[in-house]
Design a protein around this ligand. Structure first.
Ligand code: J2J
Length: 542
């Protein structure tokens, strides 16, 4: 089995509760086009040109792309690695793939050769769908290089090419609607071990989280959602995101970049009412808002999440942007928590919200005991490692049976790796992390993945990557490196080495400390986990 379905009796319960409604994303778009035909659905820019499509046009484009992909040989169940920046085509491509029943595998624009190849191999992708050049990077060449190395990849489609324009002009036809309980796409895990794992999400479960997110964020047909962060990420896609906005017939605006100049221009021009950012971006925006000439007065709600939003920032950002702060703590594996718009300020400022659903089961277990299960609960109000299970949280990663035995309890709870406290209202406060991950302002870096890259260098004997506190990003990555005897690798050399291996720039260590030996290995053989913990403690003391 490639992925772990919910047990049948649990699935039946979610259906009976009305969470899973048996609708696919393709069918949703058909319904939206009926209900909102002439309302604007998508506004976006590519190569400086703006596209503005209403719901009927989005539906037509999605139909044509689906038919074109089917003619090109893409079949239901095929995996297609999608690497698109925030271009308007992202939306019809997504629905086009869903209508064929193909599964998008959501790469981020920052991903490079090593990652893209891993996604293609791990998913046995049939195709890669990308753009030409974006932010001076040749994505088309990258896609072709990966296609040449991964035998399953038979096709590369390039948005903006003449061939893609032809494909997008294929006469629409009805294709068989996939099973709503089937996998709709593969999201990426932030990861803590090795390369990112793939997260299988179904139409039923994802639509539930999207529908409820739209309700919790008070989206209305006249809302305008700005996708500020990379659209393929779970947060701007679904919390409430592009899909939440479309779900209520609202307008989605895709920001090509997250910087205040670009985003404020779009907020002003399009009358944006809601968007989501990560904490460092919230801080940048708050500062820039004081001297912008753009009118931001339409902005009602600013979601902040992806990494911990500190109290000081939480207090400042709402007033600075003239919007209500809504904290969001989510994960591509499922569980998403929001502060509610009518929560008292105390909860909005000091917590990361409470789960979407009453059927989200939250368990806090002993953080010192990594194998703690749902039976070992910490006393009320104390910090525990967060385990969760529910109607939109996966029961297993895609094709990762061994990893799944670690990442999930035998009774199906996902071990989030987050350390949280729960208050009397059920709101969670994220206080730390047990997983071997660095949260670089919302961008997740798996320690082991970077260590593996470092250790591939001939001068490196051993490496340990840990988080160091950073005023702007919250955390940055620091690599401790022990050289092979006689060698003298330097930080710049190792950083360039990693970059040249083809990995996302945000994974290149911010700091490199070359040390003769790990300061804490004197006591004999130390596990990587203990070593990282000891190094992290040293960093905190320094
Ligand atoms: C502290 N840590 C947080 C927060 C996420 C909505 C919002 C975010 C994500 C996301 C998402 C945090 N405070 N407010 O998918 O739909 C850390 C936790 C968590 C991990 C998940 C969404 N919000 N985090 O960030 O899959 O450690 O999803 O387990 O990228 O980010 O990362 P990711």
């Amino acid at each position: 089995m490639d992925h772990t379905p919910w047990p049948p009796e649990v699935a039946a319960r979610y259906r009976a509760a009305g969470h899973w409604r048996g609708q696919t994303f393709g069918a949703l778009l058909t319904a939206l086009a009926d209900a909102h035909a002439t309302r604007t659905a998508v506004v976006g820019e590519r190569d400086g040109a703006t596209s503005r499509w209403d719901y009927a046009e989005l539906d037509r484009r999605a139909h044509s792309i689906a038919a074109g992909l089917a003619d090109a040989g893409i079949r239901a169940g095929d995996r297609v690695v999608v690497q698109l920046p925030n271009v308007p085509e992202f939306v019809p491509v997504l629905f086009g793939l869903w209508r064929v029943g193909a599964w998008p595998v959501f790469a981020l624009p920052a991903h490079r050769h090593t990652e893209l190849r891993h996604f293609a191999e791990q998913s046995e992708a049939a195709a890669i769908l990308t753009v030409g050049t974006h932010e001076r990077h040749d994505h088309e060449a990258l896609a072709h290089a990966v296609a040449a190395e991964v035998p399953s990849v038979r096709q590369v489609h390039v948005v903006g090419s003449a061939a893609f324009d032809d494909l997008s002009a294929t006469a629409a036809r009805e294709l068989p609607d996939p099973d709503p309980a089937s996998v709709a796409f593969l999201q990426l895990s932030g990861g803590s071990t090795g390369l990112p794992k793939l997260i299988p999400r179904t139409h039923d479960d994802y639509l539930y989280s999207v529908r409820e997110s739209a309700r919790i964020c008070a989206l209305r047909p006249d809302s305008v959602y700005l996708a500020t962060l990379p659209a393929a990420h779970n947060y701007p896609l679904s919390s409430p995101g592009i899909l939440g906005a479309l779900h209520v017939g609202a307008k989605v605006v895709l920001s090509p970049r997250p910087d205040p100049d670009t985003a404020f221009r779009l907020i002003d021009r399009e009358g944006v009412t809601i968007t989501g950012v990560v904490p460092p971006l919230a801080a940048t925006w708050a500062q820039a808002a004081a001297r912008t000439e753009h009118d931001l007065s339409t902005l009602e709600v600013l979601l902040v999440g992806g990494a911990k939003c500190g109290r000081e920032l939480a207090e400042r950002v709402g007033p600075a942007l003239g919007a209500r702060l809504q904290q969001v703590f989510g994960m591509a594996e499922g569980l998403v928590c929001y502060t509610r718009l009518d929560d008292p300020d105390d909860l909005v400022l000091n917590t990361q919200g409470r789960p979407i659903s009453l059927d989200d089961e939250v368990r806090l277990v002993d953080p010192e005991n990594p194998s703690a299960s749902s039976d070992d609960l910490v006393p009320e109000g104390e910090t525990g490692a967060l385990l969760t299970r529910g109607p939109y949280t996966i029961r297993g990663y895609y094709r990762a049976p061994e990893h799944n035995t670690q990442a999930f309890t035998p009774d199906g709870f996902y071990r989030t790796g987050d350390l949280v406290r729960r208050g009397p209202t059920g709101h969670l406060e994220v206080v730390g992390r047990a997983k071997e991950q660095i949260n670089r302002g919302g961008e997740k870096v798996a320690a082991e993945e970077v260590e593996d890259h470092l250790m591939a260098h001939p001068d490196v004997l051993d490496a340990a990557v840990v988080a160091v506190p950073d005023e702007y990003l919250g955390e940055r990555t620091c690599a401790y490196v022990v050289p092979v005897p006689g060698a003298a690798p330097t930080g710049p050399v190792l950083r360039r080495f990693i970059r040249e291996r083809g990995v996302a720039a945000f994974k290149v260590p911010d700091l490199v400390q070359v040390v003769a030996a790990f300061p804490v290995t004197g006591v004999g053989k130390t596990s990587k986990r203990e070593l990282r913990a000891a190094l992290a403690a040293l960093v905190r003391e320094a």
